[in-house]
Design a protein around this ligand. Structure first.
Ligand SMILES: Cc1cc2nc3c(=O)[nH]c(=O)nc-3n(C[C@H](O)[C@H](O)[C@H](O)COP(=O)(O)OP(=O)(O)OC[C@H]3O[C@@H](n4cnc5c(N)ncnc54)[C@H](O)[C@@H]3O)c2cc1C
Ligand SMILES: NC(=O)c1ccc[n+]([C@@H]2O[C@H](COP(=O)([O-])OP(=O)(O)OC[C@H]3O[C@@H](n4cnc5c(N)ncnc54)[C@H](OP(=O)(O)O)[C@@H]3O)[C@@H](O)[C@H]2O)c1
Length: 237
């Protein structure tokens, strides 16, 4: 499919360095932009044709409203440009694609690990699962340098309170000793993952974030015994 002109709707400041953008899809292309949780859209800026194109994970659940959300960290060249866009900005977008989608059998647990801005597709997963509650359990582990950089923490905490199948563990890796954060500190490690994975043969493991993070998470899941075909990844950087 060709590039389609879309428009930025609402812009929401999620953290001091992350903004969520509601992308409005023209009604004539709504069917082309149907997506599964975990897929991404590819965008380019018609005002800056030399800056190329970039992928952004969709962070909203499928909603049938002709919109989809992406959350962009103020980082890198394209990321910085996108972060500055305002409501009404016109972009070119390609239809959603990607294989980082939910593919669990009804009796599989789902374990998700997100590092930094790699948490974005899991908001789509969790939103979708809340509309289609699983019979098994779902764990989401989120790693952030500092507490103020957790994207969607409030939403995930609310989901964990509301859904008995959902467990959410945020962890901070670079907080100063006197930081007021009272939750878990330290990287997602084997001990934490062993607590989340109750049966490696009955778990689908999803990792998203910077390449080094994803590599470490997959190696740890493998060490715990999660079969390779049960591990899914999306990485950038
Ligand atoms: C499938 C896919 C989904 C993506 N989804 C998102 C998303 O939901 N939100 C988002 O902000 N970005 C996402 N990205 C990254 C995005 O495509 C851009 O790469 C990012 O905005 C930085 O712009 P740039 O490539 O021009 O940076 P450059 O100036 O080319 O790169 C600078 C370097 O900084 C690092 N870096 C910059 N931004 C990020 C980031 N956000 N996360 C990790 N490392 C980074 C990378 O190591 C990169 O090599 C995704 C990438 C892929 C492939
Ligand atoms: N976030 C920022 O403020 C910031 C600022 C400037 C530039 N950048 C650059 O932007 C890129 C992505 O930034 P980001 O914020 O999305 O991600 P990030 O800061 O690189 O990582 C996000 C989380 O993943 C953890 N992590 C990284 N490698 C890991 C590993 N091998 N095992 C376990 N956990 C690991 C980090 O812990 P640790 O903190 O222990 O690494 C952090 O909690 C990086 O290249 C970074 O250098 C980020």
């Amino acid at each position: 499919m060709d590039w389609i002109e879309i428009e930025i709707g609402e812009v929401v400041q999620e953290t001091p360095i992350d903004r969520r953008f509601v992308l409005r899809i023209p009604a004539a292309h709504a069917a082309d932009f149907a997506f599964e949780p975990g897929q991404f859209v590819t965008v380019r800026d018609p005002a800056h044709p030399d800056s190329g194109q970039r992928a952004y994970s969709i962070c909203s659940a499928p909603n049938g409203t002709g919109t989809l959300d992406v959350t962009v960290r103020d980082m890198g060249n394209f990321g910085h440009e996108f972060y500055g866009y305002e409501t009404g900005t016109k972009l070119l977008a390609k239809a959603p694609q990607g294989r980082f989608v939910l593919a669990n059998a009804p009796d599989d647990d789902i374990v998700m690990v997100g590092g930094g801005s790699g948490i974005t597709p899991f908001r789509s997963y969790v939103g979708h699962l809340r509309s289609n509650p699983p019979e098994t359990r779902v764990w989401l582990l989120q790693s952030s340098r500092t507490a103020d950089q957790f994207i969607f923490r409030g939403e995930f905490e609310e989901a964990a309170d509301a859904c008995d199948w959902f467990t959410y563990v945020p962890t901070v890796t670079r907080a100063e000793d006197d930081d007021p954060w009272t939750g878990r500190r330290g990287r997602i490690d084997e001990a934490l993952l062993r607590g989340a994975i109750r049966d490696p043969e009955k778990t689908v493991f999803h990792a998203c974030g910077p390449g080094v993070f994803v590599k470490e998470m997959l190696a740890t899941a493998a060490a715990i015994g999660v079969p390779k075909e049960r591990c899914k990844k999306e990485q950038w950087g």
